[in-house]
Design a protein around this ligand. Structure first.
Ligand SMILES: [Zn+2]
Length: 301
């Protein structure tokens, strides 16, 4: 199957509210209108793409069963199962890249099918907090780790590591070492402006550090699956995000030091020279600038 480039699938994304609050209810998304696209990226490895509103699911299918990364919003469950229906294998494991609802809200349905859910320990902790609309117990990960872990499954060495607080403080990055495929969740890599989980331990500096670390652990040939859009990016896209982040960070920081309010900074359009070519979605330029400001303002104090 041909790998679709991000721009060709831009039309799929219509109404979006992705990754804005922890474990959000998916408002304003017409799930009936979203079709999952299945893209093969290596033998036994696929990306299930549900448009910009959903996290990209990675799937490993083989003689040991099915291994999934992320579970999208709950109403997508049947569509995910339809996409997996060609395999007679059981779903054995599900790893969450982080707690946002577009990556985890389908957990409960997967757990009911017998999937063992894995996450970083901070993700599970946050997900279980009552103020985060704690989901049913079945949706919570049953296996957690601190620094890294490796799963030997379907002939793969699946390396799961925590990049230190970045998009949130419970992120996981998953690297299929043999296939040289990496799913980086919402660590910067996408074709849109990055979301920053400023209320879940995420930060601008953490996002930048995690993206740089990805380029040390992966290599220029690694197929990188971003949390959204894609299905595949490489170092070029990560570097573009890093370059943009560095400039916007400095602009917003100078404005904060000059006493500007968030409204003033948003109105000054500090991302304007980067807007072209970045796909939209819930993370509009204004939303991105607001997130950067929110994080940097508390550091400037
Ligand atoms: Zn997210």
């Amino acid at each position: 199957m041909t790998i679709l480039r991000g721009r060709q699938i831009a039309g799929v994304a219509v109404l979006m509210l992705a990754c804005v609050a922890p474990y959000v209810r998916a408002q304003n998304i017409d799930f009936r209108a979203i079709d999952i696209q299945t893209v093969k990226i290596a033998d036994g490895l696929y990306v299930l793409m549900g448009g910009a509103a959903q996290g990209n699911i990675a799937v490993s299918v083989g003689s040991d069963g099915i291994f999934l990364i992320d579970s999208m919003y709950a109403p997508m469950h049947q569509k995910i199962m339809d996409a997996l229906a060609r395999s007679p294998q059981r779903i054995r494991y599900l790893v969450n890249t982080h707690l946002h609802g577009d990556h985890t809200a389908g957990n409960e349905a997967m757990a009911k099918l017998g999937a063992v859910i894995i996450s970083h320990e901070n993700m599970r902790k946050r997900m279980a907090e009552p103020q985060n609309n704690a989901p049913p117990a079945a949706a919570l990960p049953t296996v957690t780790y601190t620094d890294s872990m490796t799963l030997h499954f379907n002939g793969e060495e699946i390396y799961i590591y925590h990049p230190q607080p970045a998009h949130t403080d419970g992120d996981s990055i998953i690297y299929f070492r043999h296939a040289n495929v990496m799913h980086v969740g919402d660590v910067p890599s996408s074709l849109r402006y990055p979301n920053i989980g400023v209320n879940e331990g995420g930060s601008v500096d953490g996002m930048i550090a995690a993206a740089k670390q990805v380029m040390k652990i992966a290599n220029p040939d690694t197929k990188i699956i971003p949390g959204h859009l894609g299905p595949i990016v490489g170092f070029k896209e990560i570097q573009q995000q890093l370059d943009m982040f560095a400039v916007v960070r400095d602009r917003v920081m100078s404005a904060i030091r000059a006493g500007k309010t968030v409204e003033q900074v948003v109105a000054s359009k500090p991302t304007a020279d980067f807007d072209q070519g970045r796909m939209g979605g819930a993370i509009t330029p204004d939303r991105f600038v607001t997130l950067v400001y929110t994080d940097l303002a508390r550091k400037a104090k």
